[in-house]
Write a new protein. Structure first.
Length: 79
């Protein structure tokens, strides 16, 4: 893990297409701005983890019919 210290207005680049900027720091909270191409999916970690857990639970309970539906739903949601 890379650890950086940044101040308000500072930014870092991830690859050539993604810019992460510190917009505000107050009361122990940081507001970040992210510039990325539209095809780059950006999610908070807890949302991604919840989605993975839900997908695994649905797949275990319902079998192939739900798995097929969830795969179609994921494809349509990512467009």
């Amino acid at each position: 893990m890379l650890i950086l210290r940044r101040r308000t207005g500072d930014a870092i680049m991830i690859g050539e297409d993604v810019v992460l900027e510190v917009l505000e720091i107050s009361q122990g909270k940081v507001m970040l701005g992210i510039q990325a191409p539209p095809q780059v999916r950006i999610l908070r970690r807890e949302i991604a983890e919840a989605g993975a857990h839900n997908f695994a639970a649905a797949r275990a309970v319902s079998g192939r019919a739900v798995e097929s539906f969830l795969l179609r739903f994921r494809r349509s949601a990512s467009k």
